[in-house]
Write a protein that binds this ligand. Sequence first.
Ligand code: ZN
Length: 125
Amino acid sequence: MKLISCPECENQILERMGTICPKCGHTVGYFNESEKRPKYGKFFALSVFLPFLSFLIIIISSINKISFIFGVIFFLYVAYKSCPYLHKELFITKFEGIFFWGVWILVNSLLLSMIYNVLNKLALV
Ligand SMILES: [Zn+2]
């Protein structure tokens, strides 16, 4: 286990969540001041918000083939950018990694099936 200095008193304590500093009683929390955490929060927000945006853009752009191509490009870009593989250094616990991979795979397979349906529809028009 890695040691960090306690943000309150600089005493060396374990980095693990829930560790209580024996000197001052500071508890290491989930969103503690580690420099990874702000990035992590941002990633978390993005991985929820961006697929939603993709969803809206796919719906709006499905009115015709040309705009739909742009919608799909946007989707691919977002899927790539929010891929947990690119952000794996942000995950502290194994659970977080599994969780984000699960969400990513689920959301993107839903969006892909949506794209597939729209493609079928557009091909018929
Ligand atoms: Zn302390």
